[in-house]
Design a protein around this ligand. Structure first.
Ligand code: MG
Length: 371
């Protein structure tokens, strides 16, 4: 049997769906869709390798979560495919969109069984509805709906991609390049995923588990700087010594959110060594953290912050801080809890050298059934 590489296209930005989450990160149970689809295919055939074309900002994160080869994809299917083909070593490649997660096993088997019989094998459906271009009916007997996975002879596909461009799938590209394309029966369930009922009909819902992360931060006082805590200006003769604005509360909170999502810490996301973050407004950084976790399939459900300060006195600011956090996080104020304590004059906080903050964040998986 010739060797076969699996290429999964998972580089989408999902902007057409106006979703906070990218489709490849919808959870099936606790598993991201791309990992779920990779496992499914791997149970059906002993692939030589699995190559996942990822969104450029997700390559390192996906690679850390997967044993498969992850390569940066591009803005079009063609660019993603080329990127995967540069590293694929199989004689043939089976290419599938991650968004076609419900394609039945039988379709995948039908495609793979034809390997070696032609340079390209593709599942297709006959058109049964009347089709019109607005002025007249089209001859539906000559039309097909093309699906994935599509199997191609790897070197022939590479050559075709060098010579021709602008094709939205391999089968039409290979046909235009003069190659024989065999069609096998597709299946309605192989349609690209949208949301709601049709997704729920074939895939397990996201796990309802609570994901908890914690964060901690300290900054010492620096005279002559303005003080900001929880994104609120505090009346104080000193601010914080820091690369950014030194908002310890938001720093602890960002670490808590990143912790719950398994995304490391703010030092990895916004390095101190990067001049772009000098004097940075931590509220803006917090919104970037939230946007990132949303794209990766999480939703924030609640936060709890403890501020430890001997001075300044923070009680008068608590209500304003809570409102500010509600706005920044897009949460109801009741999902935000804020506590302020002194340390009874003990330690560096008691000696009025600085402020510390602890935070907990509660995240869950985005529930695509609500769409
Ligand atoms: Mg800090």
């Amino acid at each position: 049997m010739p060797s076969l590489s699996l290429v999964l296209l998972a580089a989408g930005d999902s902007t057409r769906f106006s979703l906070p989450v990218r489709k490849q990160w919808l959870r099936i149970g606790a598993q991201p869709l791309w990992a779920f689809v990779a496992d499914r295919f791997c149970r059906l055939h002993p692939f030589k390798e699995v190559i996942i074309a990822a969104h450029p900002d997700e390559v390192s994160h996906m690679a850390a979560l997967s044993e498969h080869r992850v390569v940066p994809g591009g803005t079009s299917r063609e660019v993603s495919l080329q990127s995967a083909l540069r590293v694929a070593t199989g004689e043939y490649v089976l290419v599938s969109d991650v968004a076609r997660a419900c394609v039945p096993d039988a379709v995948i088997h039908r495609v793979i069984e034809k390997m070696g019989e032609a340079p390209c094998v593709v599942p297709a459906l006959r058109v049964v509805d009347t089709l019109s271009d607005g002025t007249r009916a089209l001859d539906r007997d000559r039309l097909m709906r093309i699906q994935t996975p599509q199997l191609s002879h790897a070197d022939t596909l590479r050559e075709a991609l060098k010579q021709l461009s602008g094709y939205t799938d391999e089968s039409t590209l290979m046909a235009a390049y003069g190659q024989e394309v065999i069609t096998v029966a597709g299946d309605e369930r192989g349609a690209k995923l949208t949301f709601g009922d049709e997704l729920a009909g074939c895939l397990a819902p996201p796990s309802p588990e609570a994901l908890i992360g914690q964060g901690f931060d300290v900054h010492s006082f620096e005279p002559g700087k303005s003080m900001v805590l929880c994104g609120v200006a505090i009346d104080s003769p000193v601010g914080f010594k820091a690369h950014s604005d030194g908002d310890v509360a938001l720093h602890a909170l960002m670490d808590a959110i990143l912790g719950a999502a398994g995304l490391g810490d703010i030092g990895e996301l916004f390095p101190d060594s990067d001049a772009a973050y000098a004097g940075a407004d931590s509220a803006v950084l917090l919104q970037q953290v939230c946007s990132r976790v949303h794209k990766l399939g999480f939703e924030l459900r609640g936060v709890d912050i403890t501020l430890m300060a001997q001075k300044p006195r923070l009680a008068p600011y608590k209500a304003a801080m809570r409102r500010r956090l509600a706005t920044l996080l897009g949460l109801y104020a009741e999902r935000i809890n804020l506590k302020a304590t002194t340390t009874e004059r003990l330690g560096f906080i008691g000696r009025e050298e600085g402020v510390a903050a602890m935070a907990l964040a509660n995240l869950g998986y985005y529930d695509w059934r609500r769409r």
